[in-house]
Design a protein. Structure first.
Length: 418
């Protein structure tokens, strides 16, 4: 019987098959060599057909690869299908940490770095930026390793699954640290925008949650690194939360990481949600656009002007900052960015209709959509080459290593990478 797979929130049903779950790298290589079309799947935390294809689907959740820390190099090598929450617990037990975590610890390592998924913080680049090496099975079924000095590494990390099946990932680590998380409510928009840099820089990681209506940001989540000193100052005009909060109105805050300014291990505070709970709202859709830091306030004002369109479809929006990197297809390539995230109600038709309107409003600000979330196309006649200076280099890299399109799919063809 063929497995019926969906994305984690049920937003897409995979049409490919057969579905295989190899346990060794050698089995992955044999599957790739014997298949005409192949796509790799991890925790399936995307919202569309990015990982789908009319061919073999390689699910990596049973891949048996040991997690090994190299203390001298300050790196960890981990199997592609391992979830970040599981990796984090392993690292913390050995006295190590990652520089950041996404809001959901449930996501698998390889899929996360392939889509430039991020955490939050003025000084925290996305999770892909921690990659120091990759092991992958290429189109001819051979296993290839890229180290930190490989000239192709910067183009091979964020490739949307188009370069091969990643089996091992090597990530930079640092000594473990503690974080204290606090939540504030009702920050006036006037303060949030007039003092945007001050607010976003008031902690290691800051998130603003809003439904775009009213005169105030609903919630401000601040995550302070304890080793960076005392907690930041009060936020002018906002009030401390009266108790634990969930970013999505009406949801149980028990699913969220501990708040109230209580210090704890980095991996139990940097994500918004606990690994053992259903993340976010569960039944939802998501979109996100990342704009250069210098355009953030203007882009936010443009979105506030769309409140009548956006708010009825929303569960919640989140605003976060991400430090820049040099990865060719990273949404933070070339400079610091601010992420404008939308957690939608599961209303696919209405959300799809809203996407082009949002993209047109954000086009003047060089907005790049998150690869794993719902989007339409660059607005205002812009092209992917306009948004990504290394776009043509990335496309050439995929064509050079996969000339017959073994890892190509409808998603890559739609965006013009194949």
């Amino acid at each position: 019987m063929t497995d019926i797979l969906t994305t984690w929130a049920g937003s897409h049903t995979f049409r490919g098959g057969p579905v295989v779950r190899p346990t060794t790298v050698e089995e992955v290589a044999a599957v790739v060599a014997d298949s005409r079309h192949v796509r790799a799947l991890g925790s399936r935390h995307s919202f569309h057909d990015l990982a789908d294809a009319p061919g073999t689907l390689v699910v990596l959740d049973r891949l048996d690869v040991p997690t090994t820390v190299d203390a001298d190099a300050r790196t960890v090598t981990v199997g592609a299908g391992v979830r970040y929450g599981e990796l984090a617990r392993h690292l913390h037990a050995q006295g190590w940490a990652l520089h950041t975590m996404a809001s959901l610890p449930h996501i698998a390592v390889a899929g996360t770095v392939a889509t430039a998924t991020h955490g939050s913080g003025d000084h925290a680049p996305n999770l892909s930026a921690a990659v120091r090496g990759l092991e992958l099975v290429g189109a001819d079924g051979t296993v290839r390793t890229l180290g930190p000095d490989d000239p192709e590494l910067a183009g091979s990390v964020v490739t949307l699954g188009g370069l091969g099946v990643v089996t091992r990932v090597t990530l930079a680590v640092e000594p473990t640290f503690e974080v204290a998380q606090e939540v504030w409510t009702d920050l006036p928009w006037s303060q949030a925008l007039d003092r945007f840099d001050e607010v976003m820089g008031s902690a290691w990681s800051v998130s603003l949650f809003t439904d775009w209506t009213g005169d105030a940001v609903d919630q401000v989540w601040r995550k302070h690194r304890v080793d960076a000193g005392t907690l930041g100052p009060e936020i002018a005009g906002a009030r401390p939360a009266p108790g634990p909060m969930h970013p999505v109105p009406g949801q149980d805050p028990a699913a969220c990481t501990q708040q109230g300014g209580v210090p704890g291990p980095w991996h139990e505070r940097l994500p918004h949600f606990r690994l053992e709970f259903t993340p976010s709202a569960g039944a939802e859709l998501q979109s996100e656009w990342l704009v250069p830091r210098e355009h953030a306030v203007a882009a936010i004002q443009a979105l506030r002007g769309l409140r009548d369109l956006v708010s009825p479809l929303l569960l919640v929006s989140e605003i976060r900052s991400i430090a820049g990197d040099d990865l060719w297809l990273s949404t933070a390539h070339g400079g610091d960015r601010v992420g404008l995230h939308f957690t939608w109600k599961p209303l696919r038709e209405q959300v799809d209709a809203a996407l082009p309107v949002i993209e047109e409003a954000l086009a003047p600000f060089d907005a790049r959509p998150h690869w794993g979330k719902l989007f339409s196309a660059p607005g205002a006649g812009r092209t992917w080459q306009d948004l990504y200076p290394r776009w043509d280099d990335a496309r050439a890299l995929l064509e050079r290593h996969d000339p017959e399109g073994r890892f190509a799919n409808d998603f890559l063809r739609r965006v013009g990478l194949r």
